[in-house]
Design a binder for this molecule. Structure first.
Ligand code: DGY
Length: 320
């Protein structure tokens, strides 16, 4: 009998087709919608592999039913949506999709910095709404990106890729990370800083660390108060790293200049969320890795990992 795979979102057929010959593949097939919890709980009870999205919560309740499960492959580099401890206890392999999304996510990060600093979203929205009446000497003036100080919190692969782009803009790069990156320091001139120093000196504070117990809520009222009045906060990591209420207050009272957010504590963000009322916030719907090439490459990684585990081979990119 063929081993069974469940995919929790509709994926392009070209990404799934290579699995269909050897395995029995089922997929939640409603375009634009996450798999309902009761369907996920029912499906997981009989499958050997689960191909998950970062929007799926794979917790103890899911694992309790997963009596046949051998592997979970998550379509993301982050895997904070999966209870790794529960997976380890049951010997279930979890894999993710690092590396292939590094440059694409760095492009988006830089784009969001530009959008936020130069008020591109606001300007474009106004133009379409017929608000562009004439050229104004101080209309839509923003902050310069070139020669500014960039502070990166979480200097992993994506952080380094953003920092490399910053060199082309003559920016000074500070970083804060659990471990020092001595090679990048000497090769590119990136400067290590403690968190407070980075917050105080940076024109852009960019969050790129994984969500862990250590980084959850790491940017709150106290940290925002340390930032310059002209500083911009960029979050392309995970929404839960920022206290959104404290951020709202800091932005509303112009204690920092702006924020660019690709991620939110609750996704999708509620349309009546106070952050969405502020002109100095640029928001995107969690599209860090969203290029056609990268998403297909991520899917290929998931597909290979699943096939490898189900056929008794060691998969790449294990996180358990
Ligand atoms: C990831 O892969 O974890 C990113 O959040 C995708 O943008």
């Amino acid at each position: 009998m063929k081993k069974r795979i469940y995919i929790t979102r509709r994926l392009p057929e070209e990404a799934v087709a290579p699995l269909r010959e050897q395995f029995d593949v089922r997929m939640w097939d409603l375009e634009g919608e996450s798999v309902p919890r009761d369907v996920l709980l029912e499906e997981v009870a009989s499958v050997h592999a689960l191909w998950t999205m970062l929007s799926d919560t794979i917790d103890e309740e899911v694992f309790e039913r997963a009596t046949e499960l051998e592997v979970i492959s998550n379509l993301a580099v982050g895997y904070n949506n999966i209870d790794l401890q529960a997976a380890r206890e049951r010997g279930i392999i979890v894999t993710n999709t690092p590396d292939v999304l590094t440059e694409t996510t760095a492009d988006l990060t830089f784009g969001l910095m530009m959008m936020t600093a130069r008020r591109l979203g606001e300007a474009e929205r106004d133009l379409r709404a017929g608000e562009w009446k004439s050229w104004l000497p101080m209309g839509y003036v923003g902050m310069d990106v070139h020669q500014a100080t960039l502070g990166i919190i979480g200097m992993g692969r994506i952080g380094e890729a953003v920092a490399r782009r910053a060199r082309g803009f003559d920016m000074n790069v500070l970083y804060h990370n659990r471990t020092r990156r001595h090679e990048s320091e000497s090769m590119f001139g990136f400067v290590y800083s403690d968190l407070d120093g980075l917050l105080e000196k940076s024109d852009f504070v960019v969050l790129l660390a994984p969500l862990t117990e250590e980084t959850r809520g790491m940017i709150g009222a106290e940290q925002l108060a340390k930032m310059k009045k002209t500083a911009i906060l960029i979050n392309v990591a995970r929404g839960e790293m920022v206290d959104e209420q404290a951020l709202y207050e800091a932005l509303k009272e112009n204690r920092i200049w702006a924020a660019g957010l690709d991620v939110f504590a609750k996704e999708p963000i509620d349309l009546n969320h106070p952050l969405l009322t502020l002109p100095n916030v640029t928001t995107l719907p969690h599209i860090g890795s969203a290029s056609i090439q990268t998403r297909l490459a991520m899917m290929a990684m998931n597909r290979e990992a699943i096939a490898n585990v189900l056929e008794g081979r060691e998969p790449k990119n294990r996180v358990t």
